[in-house]
Design a protein around this ligand. Structure first.
Ligand code: FES
Length: 80
């Protein structure tokens, strides 16, 4: 399953690099490298929303860097 993290300029300023970094750590910690693939994406048209745009299975979420762990547990892990 692909997880797309927006790296457009607005999301970059909100900390998308931190989101990617933490997701990468979590994927490795849980040994899910075969199941989850992290990808960068251009602007998803969500700049006005609070948070960084992250797309997974055609659904877009708006995440803060501090919310990544909860998102991973409650959303990503339930989809795989
Ligand atoms: S830059 Fe991320 S949604 Fe626009």
């Amino acid at each position: 399953m692909d997880i797309l993290v927006c790296i457009g300029s607005s999301c970059h300023l909100k900390g998308s690099r931190l989101v990617i970094q933490r997701l990468d750590e979590l994927i490795k910690e849980k040994g899910l490298e075969q199941k989850l693939t992290l990808k960068g994406s251009f602007c998803m048209g969500q700049c006005a929303n609070d948070g960084i745009a992250v797309k997974c299975q055609d659904q877009v979420y708006n995440l803060k860097p501090e919310g990544v762990d909860e998102f991973f547990e409650n959303t990503i892990l339930t989809k795989i």
